[in-house]
Design a protein around this ligand. Structure first.
Ligand code: XIL
Length: 512
């Protein structure tokens, strides 16, 4: 065959091969940024092999930051919109430095051997980040395809790690997981995908609790809400004191405004709460004269509210906070002591569920409570309540774990995951319904880590369907009026800037 014929044959062969699936548009902003981060990672590991100085690290970090910003400028010049990627490389680089120090401290043996270990980690870190950058999709709402190359890179790294002889506390698995954490963090910082898109890709909802007047009065509220969140919870406007402030007189106007907003933006609505004994319960309910009176009020309230929004509110907290503050048994077997418990007994919960179910058989029905994130008597009591209701055939579909962090410390991802599993093991769905993470004392980067582990914990359990933050911008956080003035517990700051917490959440949504 002549050279020309050979070329023609090859071209023919190529043209008859099945056309490759059209590739996803790549995230030009994020790809180059991850490359910059990868270089920094390898350089930091290398410099550690000869005892890096503060100066070495500063030089590496500065070079990475320059590349990071150049990547933004170059992509913007090509017409890309890089505004949703973080402009700061600093958080990711801080993570990198910590990671390198951890590897260094946990490795013993001769200098040459230690150096092999650190170099192996650095090379894998660089390769994983570069690979992630080459594949970072920018197409909104499209799940990332499986990544055989990353799997191969990990396997290669693990084999190499195994062969190096000097002692380390990092197993091949834990070393790989540590590097994967850096990749997630880097993608969370560098991608242009929104929280909502990342959540969709991961198969969960990301929600926020909101008030209609804030959306109406703050021009940045609505656009941020619609762009970043796929679920909406009325913070107060579906509670009893708003929906039926006077017995028999219903007001759905503020709740309707929120449902309209959600529908306009394709968001799911989670309603809270049909009955809440602790707060926002009108005095006339508390003054129920008899069991019949209490039952009549409960029935009319729940059926009227649920019917009004039937088909539009996808799920309800039917009873909010059914348990005592700390889950202590007291004289009520751990159930919060209020008018419905007093008049109807513990069966009021099953009754409320049945009324809601009859009013909208398609709605998912939840019980929701706090302090149940950590193991202990309240979590145990909640598990028992849920399983008793299921055993009795009550229409209970899910459990809301409020997750206001700080009250019960700052549970790790593992602790949260275990809490979620206790309920999904019963066959129930779970949502983290009211997440916020105080940061005044622990700082913004600890807050970012918490958000990362909260989202990752939900992703780790198939029955966990959503994570909702209790507010959007710190400016409107309820905590500021509940004993924590100036608290900054949410993902956006007072001026709608995305906080490290936001990028932590993104990293959590990318957890494998
Ligand atoms: C809070 C609201 O955020 C406040 O605006 C309101 O004054 C009181 O209720 N647990 C819950 C939520 O279940 O409904 C509460 O919301 C916060 C604690």
């Amino acid at each position: 065959m002549t050279g020309r014929a050979r070329i023609a044959a090859v071209l023919l062969l190529l043209s008859t091969r099945a056309a490759p699936a059209s590739p996803l548009p790549l995230d030009v902003c994020g790809g180059d940024k991850l490359d910059a981060l990868g270089n920094a990672c390898r350089a930091l590991f290398r410099s550690e092999t000869h005892g890096s100085s503060v100066n070495d690290r500063a030089r590496i970090t500065a070079a990475a930051a320059r590349r990071w910003h150049r990547a933004d400028a170059a992509a913007t010049a090509r017409g890309a919109d890089c505004t949703s990627a973080t402009n700061a490389i600093a958080p990711a680089v801080t993570d990198l430095s910590l990671l390198v120090a951890r590897f260094d401290q946990s490795t013993g043996g001769t200098r040459a051997c230690r150096s092999r270990r650190l170099r192996a980690a650095g090379a894998a870190c660089r390769a994983l980040l570069r690979n992630a950058g080459d594949r970072l999709p920018s197409q909104h709402g499209v799940p990332s395809p499986p990544d055989p190359e990353a799997a191969q890179l990990r396997a290669g790294f693990q084999a190499r790690w195994q062969k190096i002889r000097c002692p380390t506390s990092f197993t091949p698995d834990s070393a790989t997981a540590a590097l994967d954490g850096i990749v997630e963090r880097g993608i969370g910082d560098a991608t242009t995908l929104t929280l909502r898109e990342l959540a969709t890709n991961a198969g969960v909802l990301v929600g926020a609790a909101v008030e209609p007047e804030h959306i109406a009065n703050d021009p940045q509220f609505g656009p941020t809400l619609a762009q970043e969140f796929s679920s909406l919870t009325p913070e107060n406007k579906m509670k009893w004191d708003t929906t039926e402030p006077v017995r028999g007189q219903f007001d759905f106007t503020p709740g309707d405004a929120l449902v309209d907003f959600a529908e306009q933006h394709g968001m799911r609505v989670r309603g809270t709460a049909l009955f809440w004994g602790r707060l926002q319960l009108p005095d006339y309910v508390k003054a129920a004269a008899s069991a019949d009176d209490a039952r009549a009020m409960l029935t009319i309230h729940i059926s009227t509210v649920v019917q009004h929004w039937a088909g539009r509110v996808a799920e309800w907290d039917v009873v909010n906070e059914p348990l005592t503050l700390l889950g202590d048994p007291g004289t009520t077997d751990g159930l919060d002591d209020h008018v419905m418990l007093q008049k109807l007994g513990p069966g009021y919960i099953a009754e409320a569920l049945a009324i809601a179910h009859a009013a909208d058989p398609a709605a998912k029905l939840y019980l929701n409570d706090f302090f149940v994130e950590i193991p202990g008597q309240k979590q145990d009591r909640f598990v028992r309540l849920a399983s008793d209701l299921l055993a009795a055939g009550a229409p209970l579909h899910g459990i809301g774990i409020e997750s206001h962090m700080g009250f019960v410390g700052f549970p790790s991802g593992d602790v949260l995951e275990a809490a979620i599993r206790r309920f999904t093991d019963l066959g129930l769905e779970v949502e983290l319904t009211e997440v916020d993470v105080p940061a005044l004392t622990r700082g913004l980067s600890a807050q970012a880590d918490s958000y990362r582990s909260i989202f990752a914990a939900c992703l780790a359990v198939p029955g966990c369907r959503a994570v909702t933050t209790w507010g959007v911008s710190d400016r409107y956080s309820w905590l500021r009026n509940f004993g924590a003035p100036g608290e900054i517990p949410l993902l956006f700051d007072d001026d709608w800037r995305r906080k490290p917490a936001y990028f932590g959440a993104r990293a959590g949504l990318l957890a494998r």
